[in-house]
Design a protein around this ligand. Structure first.
Ligand SMILES: C[S@@+](CC[C@H](N)C(=O)[O-])C[C@H]1O[C@@H](n2cnc3c(N)ncnc32)[C@H](O)[C@@H]1O
Length: 385
């Protein structure tokens, strides 16, 4: 295995463990991803794309952002074209999706573009400058907020908040079922290495979470519990006065996520486009991620006033939002058959099931204060062709 120098962060975490004793896995993962200046997302370097460690739909083709934009235009219309209307992207990274969305809204719906404002929220503060450069053409529309602004209730808006591959990057608690009952995974120090230990859960919220879902893990089975997702959704429900929450991420409904076939849960690490199962190597240098529990997002959302408007696979969302029209327009503009083939092969990645992004990725649309919205993603496929 290729080694990388992870001593600085490794030693900080080991120092904390020696001082306080074993730490819940969620705290270890939070440091690995978000330790200021040293965490995977909070240190310099490209994470997403060819030069990074993994691809997201945004890098595949700008059509992804165009289709998100088409749906946002529809949301504005079904809400009765309110002004002001704010679009918020959380986990905006380098700003590519924001750019594709804004470019498209300007092109397709000048009326909405004129009255909208666009807010970027990103955990890594230095990316604001990168976003500013990329989004230069839209500067008068742009605002920036921190994750703390959202978490601490300082945002209020009417509009649409969306995210792509955000919730999968939240630190999670790890649990394991034992003959003695549910136990939590803690990270201990063994010399200058990390070692796992099991102990009683650090918070009763973990057992309550599984009980709410009616999930009992099999003996020896592990699972992840994303309490940060629940807290985040609560802060979103407070900030959103009226409108929509659009969440795109990989994940499952709870029976599949916590089913017996997933004995080791879904925690995975990515480094230079390869999958790594060991979270204790390349500390702060590799991505760590888990699949999203969409059942909990929906159920918690309902209790927070965010009603499920639509949930389904990414391919269904994209096709109903107008993927074929976008593809035909691109093909019509292509100069050669080779270019047309390339377009088709590229776009296929966004919708292809089994290994592609089409069905692993899910889309959840939640609505607040909008009754029975007729969104593009709800369109009957029979009428699209
Ligand atoms: C997997 S990356 C996805 C980036 C981009 N959305 C994409 O699809 O290419 C997750 C991003 O979310 C950011 N992030 C994580 N937690 C966040 C939070 N609570 N608020 C805002 N951004 C967050 C990370 O810093 C990172 O840029």
């Amino acid at each position: 295995m290729e080694q990388v120098d992870d001593a600085a962060l490794r030693n900080i975490i080991l120092g904390r463990i020696r001082e306080r004793g074993p730490i819940p896995f969620v705290d270890f993962m939070a440091s690995c991803l978000y330790e200021p200046g040293l965490g995977y997302y909070t240190s310099p370097g490209r994470k997403v794309g060819a030069e990074g460690d993994f691809y997201t739909s945004i890098n595949v083709h700008r059509v992804f952002g165009r289709l998100v934009a088409r749906e946002i235009c529809r949301m504005w219309e079904v809400m009765g074209c309110p002004a002001p209307f704010e679009v918020v992207e959380v986990g905006a990274g380098h700003g590519q999706l924001a750019k594709d969305v804004l470019d498209t809204i300007r092109e397709l719906n000048g009326e909405l573009y004129d009255i909208l404002s666009f807010r970027l929220v990103e955990a890594e503060p230095s990316l604001a400058e990168v976003q500013r450069q990329l989004l230069g053409a839209h500067l008068p529309k742009l605002f920036w907020s921190t994750p703390a602004d959202l978490a601490e209730g300082r945002l209020r808006f009417t509009g649409c908040l969306y995210s792509n591959e955000l919730i999968d990057s939240f630190p999670v608690h790890l649990v394991e079922m034992t003959p003695e009952g549910l136990r939590e995974v803690f990270v201990a120090a063994a010399g200058d290495r990390f070692a796992e230990t099991l102990d009683l859960p650090s918070t009763p919220e973990l057992e309550a979470y599984l009980a709410r879902l009616g999930v009992t893990l099999d003996p020896g089975q592990r699972g992840e519990i994303n309490l940060n997702a629940v807290r985040w959704l609560a802060s979103v429900a407070t900030a959103l006065q009226r409108g929509f929450v659009l969440t795109i991420d990989y994940g499952y409904l709870a029976p599949e996520l916590y089913g017996p076939m997933r004995r080791n849960g879904t925690l995975l690490c990515y480094w230079r486009h390869t999958v790594e199962e060991d979270p204790y190597v390349r500390v702060g240098k590799q991505d760590m991620t888990t699949h999203v529990d969409f059942t909990t997002l929906m159920a918690q959302g309902e209790s927070l006033g965010l009603k499920k408007a639509w949930y389904g696979e990414q391919y269904r969302f994209l096709v109903a939002a107008g993927m074929l029209e976008e593809m035909m327009a691109l093909e019509a503009a292509a100069a050669t058959e080779e270019e047309r083939l390339k377009i088709r092969l590229t776009l296929k990645k966004l919708v292809l099931p089994e290994g592609g992004m089409g069905d692993t990725f899910k889309v959840l649309v939640q609505a607040k204060g909008v009754e029975n919205p007729r969104l593009l993603c709800m369109r009957d496929w029979g009428k699209l062709f």
